[in-house]
Design a protein. Structure first.
Length: 109
């Protein structure tokens, strides 16, 4: 199975074809006691929050937008539940990301 995901990594919102969510999360060692969008990655727990990170011209300077990309992939997979339901736990899912650049990074601007 191959899933193509377009992601707009905004400073305020992360946008995909099917959803929009805030560009912010909190990190902890433990799962939260109340619900929410939660991601566990490399022994850390991340929960989406409505507070945004400061504006970054270089979104690769830390892992914040990588973590937000993982949230986007997970949310899109949930949105494709019918397709994913047909898979066994060992079936690979190939994900192709379509990521844009800010207009100021295009040549000639």
């Amino acid at each position: 199975m191959k899933l193509i995901i377009s992601i707009d990594h905004g400073n305020r919102l992360i946008k995909t074809e099917h959803l929009v969510f805030p560009a912010g999360f909190v990190e902890s060692e433990y799962l939260p006691t109340i619900g929410g969008d939660v991601l566990k990655y490399q022994d850390r727990v991340y929960t989406l929050v409505d507070t945004n990170f400061p504006v970054h011209m270089d979104k690769a300077e830390n892992e914040n937008y990588f973590i937000l990309t993982l949230f986007a992939i997970g949310k899109e997979l949930v949105g494709e539940a019918e397709m994913v339901r047909e898979l066994t736990p060992h079936d690979p899912i190939k994900v192709e990301l379509l990521i844009g650049l800010p207009i100021q990074h295009y040549e000639g601007s």
